[in-house]
Design a protein around this ligand. Structure first.
Ligand code: FE2
Ligand code: FE2
Length: 331
């Protein structure tokens, strides 16, 4: 038994399991240790170990504890329950007990998994699942734009296309919220989040061995990589996605202000704000990711690389990027 005389430390240590949260777990085998508060002695004790089987009576009892607000789990188990909650993302909009860092983790897992599913099978059903979660994230950030500072803390270093897409999205979203001073429309947020997530969609058509050797490309390999823009556009057309913001992100994220980019070699004003923003977010996310031919670079270093490249990257946006990275918070 753990003495819980101080309610403040109680909520630091435990998360109350509402009936909604309980419903996100497998009924017979909750994945985390369950704790129950006993009001008579004022203590919380463990009721069940994570992964142990619950009898039918046990399930009823646990459901009753949840109804009565007496059921808890340890916050330190958040990586386990985040995985379950990520499949019921709408809960994040109605439940109030989560800490911002837990919410950030749950969003990251959900979007990475949705993105991985969609990249594996780019079809209408996997796209709809992705779009549903994107709308929930847009709503969450729209309610309070300062929440993005927690989201940008969850960037991961692995370089896999799904992770790269989510990292790029989080950075691009934070940049956009700063650029627009927090005054945003929900529909624009949805479009931008989708555009940032889908910018490299066409990469699924580029053989992995070519993607992975990016540093030693011969001309033919480079052409093959550059075709990811067109391949992505074709895939969007098949999915009937014609949102202009999504298209701008995809078509312009490799364009550079000095005309050295691809595929259209656009210059300066011919690159849209969303295109520039996606370019900065994408490059930052590529620099900080682990690649097969080099290890990840420090985030502060990555910001400096982009700030030092003002001929190619919009200086207004790279300055905002430095601010975004300074403002990341964990708790
Ligand atoms: Fe790309
Ligand atoms: Fe990219």
């Amino acid at each position: 038994m753990v003495p819980d005389t101080d309610p403040g430390s109680l909520s630091e240590t435990y998360l109350q399991i509402s009936p909604n949260i309980l419903a996100s777990f497998p009924k017979f085998r909750p994945p985390v240790d369950l704790y129950v508060f006993d009001p008579e002695v004022g203590r919380t004790g463990r009721y069940l170990r994570g992964g142990e089987r619950l009898s039918r009576e046990g399930q009823d009892e646990v459901a009753r504890f949840a109804e009565e607000g007496r059921l808890f789990l340890l916050r330190e188990d958040y990586r386990v329950y985040a995985e379950h909650l990520s499949r019921k993302l709408g809960l994040l909009l109605v439940e109030e007990g989560f800490l911002p860092r837990e919410v950030a983790e749950i969003f990251f897992i959900a979007l990475r998994n949705r993105m991985a599913d969609f990249l594996n099978q780019p079809r209408e059903d996997t796209f709809e699942a992705l779009r549903t979660d994107v709308a929930i994230l847009a709503e969450y950030v729209w309610i309070d734009p300062s929440r993005v500072a927690f989201l940008t803390h969850t960037l991961e270093r692995d370089y896999d296309l799904a992770v790269h897409s989510v990292n790029t999205m989080l950075i691009g979203l934070a940049l956009y919220l700063r650029l627009s001073g927090g005054k945003v429309e929900k529909t624009v947020l949805i479009s931008l989040i989708l555009g940032l997530l889908l910018h490299d969609l066409g990469m699924v058509m580029v053989p992995k061995f070519i993607r992975d050797k990016e540093q030693f490309l011969v001309r033919r390999d480079r052409e093959s990589i550059e075709r990811h823009i067109e391949a992505g556009r074709n895939m969007l057309r098949r999915l009937k996605v014609q949102d202009p913001v999504v298209l701008e992100c995809m078509e312009q994220h490799h364009e550079r202000l000095d005309g050295s980019g691809y595929p259209a070699r656009r210059f300066d004003k011919n690159i849209s704000t969303m295109g520039r923003l996606c370019a900065v977010a994408d490059s930052f996310s590529a620099i900080v990711g682990d690649r097969p031919y080099r290890s990840a670079r420090d985030m502060a270093e990555a910001v400096q690389v982009l700030i030092g490249d003002g001929k190619r990257y919009d200086p207004v946006l790279t300055t905002l990027l430095a601010e975004v990275m300074d403002e990341r918070v964990t708790d």
